[in-house]
Design a binder for this molecule. Structure first.
Ligand code: ZN
Length: 244
């Protein structure tokens, strides 16, 4: 099965819709959480995603904050402003959709979480030592995470006592090895933070076990315009053009 793996959409509908329509060779979508927060079109994003025929959705920390399940004051000032705005915008049916999402799922050889297998909503897997500490917390060969907004691959070393940080290779797909546990992050659709403004995602073939990173250019200025019309913090709009 060809799976489109996406994460951290953050109400950036232009980015989401461009990814979903420009990539066509997928049969399922796995979404790793943070559907809302930061961006200008939370309702459109929920409705676009939930209407897909074969989609698995997880909940992220921003989604939980909008639901009141996480204290908004634990977020930075701009994020708080966007979360309060999002709370006022979301239609009841879309809030309900978010409320029903789980923070973790298991599909075949893959564990899916928003943040980390050890702390599915909170922990940032940002380096190989955190990745290694997380290996015991999933039993499938592979774990897919989002949350950092950075595409990343961490692979258990051959002797099993270390975790290697293997940067994304856009030139060729990665062949996943079931005998070595791996943690893979597709990056962020709606707010990439690796200095590349293009939407980040991955195409996973669960039969051949290949993982391919894809970057999708979208109309960043249109999302920025909609953020400014909604009076969302200017800093959140500006950062999209630079990818941080
Ligand atoms: Zn996020």
């Amino acid at each position: 099965m060809q799976v489109l793996v996406i994460s951290d959409i953050h109400a950036n509908f232009v980015a989401l819709d461009t990814v979903l329509t420009s990539l066509t060779d997928y049969e399922a979508v796995w979404f790793l959480g943070d559907l809302v927060g930061y961006g200008p079109q939370p309702n459109e994003c929920v409705e676009r995603l939930r209407a897909l025929p074969n989609v698995t959705c997880l909940v992220g920390n921003h989604d939980k904050a909008v639901l009141g399940e996480i204290d908004i004051n634990t977020f930075n000032h701009d994020a708080q402003t966007a979360l309060r705005w999002t709370r006022r915008q979301l239609a009841p049916a879309n809030l309900q959709f978010l409320a029903e999402l789980a923070p973790r799922a298991e599909i075949g050889q893959f564990t899916l979480v928003h943040a980390s297998p050890r702390q599915p909503v909170w922990e940032y897997v940002l380096d190989r030592s955190i990745a290694q500490e997380n290996l015991p917390y999933f039993t499938t060969p592979f774990c897919l995470v989002g949350h950092t907004h950075l595409p990343a691959v961490y692979v258990e070393s051959l002797n099993g006592d270390d975790c290697l940080d293997e940067p994304p290779d856009y030139a060729q797909p990665r062949l996943l090895q079931p005998n070595r546990k791996s943690i893979l992050n597709p990056g962020s659709v709606g707010q990439p933070r690796d200095n590349n403004p293009r939407a980040s995602c991955a195409l996973l073939d669960t039969d051949t076990l290949t993982w391919r990173y894809v970057r999708v250019p979208y109309d960043v200025s249109l999302t920025q315009q909609r953020m400014r019309e909604a009076h969302l913090p200017e800093r959140l709009a500006a950062r999209l053009a630079l990818g941080w």
